[in-house]
Design a protein around this ligand. Structure first.
Ligand SMILES: Cc1ncc(COP(=O)(O)O)c(C=O)c1O
Length: 401
């Protein structure tokens, strides 16, 4: 028998940046005692009315392909949702239903970015931004979200980084992993910068419903709809991560391009999931507010149990915070491995989110109040032990957020 020649995987696939979170998840797997603060999804169940609607839709025959852009009624519901929220409405022809918000982000980048273009992405920021740029053949250029500025972007730096090759600027508010919520003045400055430089603004607003004090301000509140993508979905607001259902609101005129890009990747988002999303958007919204209140309570609890100085900027939204481990002198992966093996707490190494973040770890509030209290005590003790009893030093700066 002749041995077939084994070819190696594509260089582009092999070179795709991978996240250090996988390493922690692999180490945590099979350990029943671990408190999981690494998981980026709500821990609450999906509302029964949504589950019922999904099951009913399948029995009624909603089991076939949907159009590339999504079911017309769901696109209308998304447009109506934002007509009620945004200063500028978006018509349903600009809405494309995608496989998760990740599908919306991928579609936005593939719609306007050519190989060799540059995309500005946040540091720290969700690691998939870099992977998407890599797959698109684009260069991801990081701009800094500094804790001393409340993890808000510095317009001066963005102006400096925006050059002739810059095709798009990717922003995320409320932010993962920072928990920062960009105020209106920042969103306006971003919109004006995109308009002045002719770049696309891709605004990842998947945590739009998770804000604790100040309201969420969408990029769509500004008059840049000819160059704006807004990314959102049902994963976080309705705890529907497994349904894999996102929405993309495209710049005026680009809806058909974004819709056509669904064909070779997924054809369309899952039809039963789209029916479930219709039920989520058109039904009782009180569970969304309850979920937000839960995360707000847990954020306050965790920060106060951890004690002063270890959280550089208290979270204002989403359901994460970054904990400062600088006093330990360890890198974030090393610290997280130790925290897992010695204290049975799983958290995400900050380095996952960008090079600026290796002296922090990310905690998600997707564990019970009791677990969060225990985990905060263990983290504090571990940081103190590694710091030789030195009091933690915080990079906190008083900023209006
Ligand atoms: C900032 C950010 N954007 C997008 C997503 C993707 O959401 P989805 O699960 O709907 O694909 C996530 C998921 O964790 C996220 O944190």
């Amino acid at each position: 028998m002749t041995q077939a020649k084994v070819r190696s995987a594509a260089a582009r696939a092999l070179a795709m940046p991978r996240s250090a979170i996988r390493e922690i998840m692999a180490l945590a797997a099979g350990r029943p005692d671990v408190i999981h603060l690494e998981v980026g999804e709500p821990d609450s169940p999906v509302e029964p009315a949504i589950i019922d609607a999904a099951c009913r839709s399948m029995r009624e025959g909603w089991t076939r392909y949907a159009p590339n852009a999504g079911l017309p009624r769901l696109r209308e519901l998304v447009a109506a949702r934002y007509a009620a929220r945004w200063a500028y409405p978006a018509t349903a022809d600009r809405v494309v239903i995608t496989t998760g918000a990740i599908g919306a982000l991928y579609t936005a980048v593939m719609s306007v970015v050519d190989p060799g273009d540059e995309v500005l992405i946040p540091d720290p920021g969700w690691p998939n931004y870099e992977s998407i740029c890599h797959l698109a053949g684009a260069r991801a250029v990081r701009y800094c979200l500094d804790p001393r500025d409340g993890y808000l972007p510095a317009m001066e730096e963005l102006r400096r980084l925006t050059g002739p090759r810059t095709k798009a600027i990717l922003v995320n508010t409320p932010g993962n992993p920072t928990g920062a919520v960009f105020p209106a003045a920042v969103m306006q400055a971003l919109a004006e910068h995109a308009a002045a430089t002719g770049t696309y603004l891709i605004s990842d607003e998947i945590y739009e419903d998770m804000v604790f004090s100040a309201p969420h301000v969408s990029a769509a509140d500004f008059d840049i709809h000819d160059r704006l993508f807004v990314v959102a979905g049902v994963s976080k607001s309705y705890a529907m991560t497994g349904f894999r259902l996102g929405f993309l609101v495209c710049p005026v005129g680009l809806g058909p391009v974004a819709a056509s890009l669904q064909e070779p990747v997924t054809s369309c988002a899952s039809t039963p999931s789209q029916k479930a999303a219709e039920a989520a958007l058109s039904g009782d919204q009180s569970a969304v507010a309850r979920l937000c209140a839960t995360f707000r309570r847990r954020a306050e609890l965790f920060v106060s149990e951890l004690g002063p100085g270890l959280v550089p900027v208290a979270p204002a939204g989403a359901f994460y915070t970054l904990v400062d481990i600088a006093p330990t002198g360890l890198g974030s992966l090393e610290f997280c491995k130790l925290l897992l093996s010695e204290d049975a707490v799983a958290a995400v190494p900050g380095i996952t989110f960008g090079p600026s973040c290796d002296r922090t770890v990310r905690v998600a509030f997707s564990a019970s109040d009791t677990q969060l209290v225990v985990a905060a005590a263990r983290m504090r003790r571990r940081i103190e032990a590694l710091s030789g009893g030195r009091p933690p030093v915080s990079g906190e700066k008083d900023v209006a957020r």
